[in-house]
Design a protein around this ligand. Structure first.
Ligand code: ATP
Ligand code: MG
Ligand code: MG
Length: 380
């Protein structure tokens, strides 16, 4: 029995552990956060991510290491990689951790993206805002997630406000300015690459965010087949350049026929949670197969699936469980404002049935707003 080590013990680790059980896998989780939800499944080694003594002991206990958390220090990933196979490789992780390096790579690969610039001073910010035009958006280069560490500039007066909010991060995380994309919709490619270079992608997923946090995903996304192929082609080019092994996500904006890349996530992704029930092989199972060098599973889906994220606290399960094709995931976390505590997936054979199921669940849970954009897309 192989033992997989996971850096980070959140819900992604938890879902990997659940997917690994039928494969006979054992797991060791490494997370300094005492309230990580993987604690329900496996003993947790409480240490800092860069505690080398703890990392060395961890490496000795596992056959392969992977990530639930993308911001593990790259030097810690490299330290582990000297002792045990680490997938994705630490260089790929380092690129994906830094918006400037990932966007530079997208550009080198000829993948279209909004204009961007490294920002080191208030004057440079003002000059680049003038060049890109407003609105535009300042982000920390590193450590941002769920829309944190971002400031939108809508008018000249916002330049000082943005600098007051984020100027301190120039030395800590770096800053980047991006052109704002007035997108019609957002999509993501969730894909997997094996140790032997085999590449597979799930159908492109449509995503809706509220305040920078994923609220709902719909698969397949309603894209032309040319756009689907282009998005998956970008993901493949990126994975090959990075010699990436495992599952990753590529987030894109659609504006008319244009596709612009936003960012990549070097791990299983929230917009791929629907694959647990909606696809022949889930992203979690295929990630494990990839990092262990096993054959990859089929990524086709049956029908259509919608995932709804639960933030803050879990709603009652009955409305979803009462639906044919309704599935429930409670991560077992303590409720906290804005925290991802669980999700539901609804799967149906066709768009009309899925829209009807979503409307019923939205009404029963008092979440009509959350399901409305998905229902509208399904009925369009
Ligand atoms: P994640 O949790 O996905 O890692 P993040 O903190 O890395 O989020 P982004 O994905 O860059 O942040 O931004 C969050 C959301 O904000 C995007 O999904 C999109 O809805 C919006 N957004 C970000 N950048 C832009 C942009 N340049 N133009 C328009 N909208 C944007
Ligand atoms: Mg991100
Ligand atoms: Mg994002």
């Amino acid at each position: 029995h192989k033992t997989v080590g996971i850096l980070g013990g959140g819900q992604l680790a938890r879902m990997m552990v659940l997917a690994g059980a039928p494969l006979g896998l054992r797991f060791e989780l490494f997370d300094p956060a005492a309230d990580a939800c993987g604690a329900q499944l496996a003993p947790l080694q409480v240490a800092a991510f860069d505690d080398e003594a703890a990392l060395a002991a961890f490496a000795a206990r596992v056959d392969v290491v992977t990530f639930d958390f993308e911001n593990v220090p790259a030097h810690s990933a490299r330290f582990l990689a000297e002792r045990v196979p680490v997938y994705p490789n630490p260089d790929a992780l380092a690129v994906a951790q830094d918006r400037l390096s990932e966007k530079t790579l997208f550009q080198q690969l000829g993948i279209p993206l909004p204009p961007f610039a490294d920002i080191r001073s208030r004057d440079e910010l003002a000059a680049k805002v003038a060049e890109f035009g407003m609105p535009c958006i300042v982000k920390t280069r590193r450590l941002g997630y769920d829309g944190k560490g971002q400031f939108r500039i809508r008018s000249a007066a916002d330049i000082d406000a943005a600098w007051a909010a984020l100027g301190d991060y120039v030395d800590r995380t770096g800053l980047i300015l991006e052109g704002f994309v007035a997108f019609d919709r957002e999509v993501s490619v969730v894909a997997v690459r094996g140790r032997d270079g085999e590449f597979r992608a799930w159908p492109v997923t449509g995503n809706w965010h509220v305040d920078g946090v994923l609220s709902a995903s719909l698969a397949p996304a309603q894209l032309s087949s040319a756009q689907q192929a282009a998005a998956i082609g970008h993901a493949r080019a990126l994975a090959e350049r990075l010699d990436y092994v495992g599952v990753f996500a590529l987030e894109l904006f659609c504006r008319g026929e244009e596709l612009l890349v936003n960012e990549m996530a070097p791990r299983v992704h929230n917009s791929g949670h629907w694959t647990i029930e909606g696809s022949e092989t889930s992203q979690f199972e295929n990630h494990l197969r990839a990092v262990l060098g096993l054959p990859l599973g089929d990524t086709r889906m049956l029908g259509q699936a919608c995932m709804l994220n639960w933030l803050g606290a879990m709603p009652a399960a009955a409305a979803v469980l009462g639906q044919p094709g309704g599935h429930w995931h409670d991560y077992g976390k303590q409720p906290r404002e804005g925290r991802k505590v669980g999700h539901a997936t609804l799967r149906q054979d066709d768009a009309g049935a899925l829209a009807a199921a979503l409307e019923q669940v939205g009404a029963q849970l008092g979440r009509a707003d959350q399901v409305a954009p998905v229902v509208e897309a399904l009925r369009r």
